[in-house]
Design a protein around this ligand. Structure first.
Ligand SMILES: Cc1cc2nc3c(=O)[nH]c(=O)nc-3n(C[C@H](O)[C@H](O)[C@H](O)COP(=O)(O)O)c2cc1C
Length: 368
């Protein structure tokens, strides 16, 4: 009996929970494919996400999707601030569900790392000037740690608006048919820019102490949870550490996860880094799973779903992460790009009988 392919229920405030058919999750992955630069997902997103659902994953989390236009990493990112985007996402969530999976969405704001070139062939990670379709970025503080065009420090008034913007995007995510929203607080984007002293040098109630640096994330969680239906789980993604004692630490992640659990977050995905030069260990198979294990240990007894991510590439490796108690599920990114049917292949690898393989029914005939 495979743990990876055993069902799991993500807990929800209404007490019913949301069932996933297995513990293989597609990690959010930007596609830089909004050709019209209007934040509206396209046929590319439909086919890409639909294929991952058909390939057997229990939960498919769509890419970092900006809550406001200036929160996009690049002009070609998806967004969720208007009706047209909401309608376009609805078509995609319908297909993910029809193909047997659960549709999730990562809501995001890139802060100082917004307005950059899309990561497409021939382009580099650099700011797009305002004269070429870019925009003035915002952040916790003015900082040169990102090596991008300088961001403007958010005012208290901006922060009030931002909290409302996140809540509005969550409302739209519900209308669009998503069952899980994951708040992006990782990889050096806006919320991480508040959490980490490497980027946050504010002297007001949003900077300095742990309580102050975590205040914005908590306010956003509360505002989103208030809008997000009680039968739907709320998730968050953290960079578990900046890999330096001067930055955001694993101990702080563990503490914040516990505090957010009390505010209604029940799913946690633990990545790392994203601010300044990478200072972590050489990346290799499962190089971040220990971070997930620490968060999971801190949340013990709270009925939370903690996923590990980072160079998990085979069914056997994923099963090992779960049976050794490091995580409750695994998030898969690049291996799923290489093979959207990763979960179906992993199920076969782990000896799941063909009748129970999670791939879509039309693919059944190929089981022999
Ligand atoms: C093409 C691509 C796009 C990505 N976009 C996002 C994103 O939108 N949001 C996010 O949190 N991480 C993003 N990531 C990071 C992945 O979710 C994941 O954390 C990382 O690739 C490590 O997992 P892997 O070793 O399975 O690829 C992206 C990664 C790739 C390869």
């Amino acid at each position: 009996m495979s743990t990876l392919f055993s069902p799991v229920t993500l807990s929800t405030p209404d007490g019913d929970g949301l069932a996933l058919r297995n513990r293989a999750v597609v990690a959010p992955m930007c596609q830089y494919s909004v050709d019209a630069e209007d934040g509206v997902p396209t046929d590319w997103h439909l086919s890409h996400l639909g294929a991952l659902a058909a390939g057997g994953f229990g939960l498919v989390i769509a890419e970092a999707t900006a809550v406001v236009p200036e929160g996009r990493i690049s002009p070609r990112d998806t967004g969720l601030w208007n009706d047209e985007q909401t309608r376009a996402w609805k078509r995609i969530t319908d297909l993910i569900r029809a193909n047997g999976s659960v549709p999730g969405l990562q809501l995001a704001h890139a802060g100082a790392k917004a307005s950059t070139e899309p990561m497409l062939p021939g382009l580099r990670e650099a700011s797009v000037p305002e004269s070429e379709g870019g925009w003035q970025t915002v952040s916790s503080s003015v900082s040169d740690v990102f090596g991008l065009a300088p961001a403007r420090e958010l005012t208290g008034e901006d922060i009030e608006q931002l909290v409302a913007d996140w809540a509005a995007a969550a409302r739209r995510a519900d209308e669009a048919g998503f069952d899980v929203v994951q708040i992006h607080a990782a990889h050096g984007y806006l919320l991480h820019q508040f959490l980490s002293p490497l980027a946050n040098t504010r002297t007001d109630e949003y900077g300095g102490s742990y309580e102050n640096r975590t205040r914005l994330v908590k306010r956003i969680v509360e505002a989103v949870r208030a809008e997000w239906p009680a039968h739907k789980p709320l998730a968050i993604r953290f960079s578990g550490t900046d890999w330096t004692e001067d930055g955001w630490t694993l101990a702080e992640t563990v503490r914040l996860a516990g505090e957010l659990r009390a505010l209604g977050v029940t799913a946690f995905d633990i990545s790392s880094a994203g601010i300044g030069r990478y200072a972590g260990p050489k990346s290799g198979p499962g190089y971040q799973t220990a971070l997930a294990a620490a968060v999971r240990a801190g949340l013990e007894g709270t009925d939370s779903f903690v996923t590990a991510v980072g160079m998990i590439t085979t069914g056997v490796q994923a099963e090992h992460v779960l049976v050794t108690g490091q995580a409750d599920g695994v998030a898969i990114a690049r291996a799923a790009l290489e093979n959207p049917h990763w979960a179906a292949v992993a199920a076969r690898e782990l000896g799941v009988p063909a009748e129970e393989n999670p791939r879509a029914t039309p693919l059944w005939r190929g089981h022999w």
